[in-house]
Design a protein around this ligand. Sequence first.
Ligand code: S3P
Length: 169
Amino acid sequence: MKKNSLTTNIILIGMMGSGKTTVGQLLSSYLNFTFIDTDQLIEKQQEMSVDDIFNQKGESYFRKLESNIIPNLPKTQAVISCGGGLPVYNDNSLKLNDLGITLYLKANEQSVLKRISTQSGRPLFSSKKEDISNLISKREEVYNKAKYIVNTNDKSPDEVMDGILKILF
Ligand code: S3P
């Protein structure tokens, strides 16, 4: 398949710190697709940071917002990077599979820890390795519903993107 014959959305799911946003941006410019990050979309819509939404309105409110934006996402030619918990609720993983080619960017707890320790504003983030491990094990079953699984451990964003392009073309 040629690069410009792809019209389907590319949907990235996985844990926070798995590189969805960085890889998504690279991929969208390579493919000349629109880039959507669901966290950024919600922040714009609500005029509040994800952190503030969690703190002031609670997690379940945020999860409703995440579910509610799915029908409004583009239907073609977008790379969509989903918040780590988005696929986990309300059968969202199935809805995402209907919306495009889903890829699970798989990262183990060491990689997640390494990547998120330099970032702030992650309400669910606990720096305890065992908490991250537990979250990964809880979510893995849902993440595994993605069409493809891409290992991101010890890989640079460019290497992850190359892996994705090999899958797609
Ligand atoms: C979350 C991941 C975050 C954000 C929120 C909750 C999660 O997105 O949606 O902090 O539950 O894993 P990223 O995966 O883009 O960091």
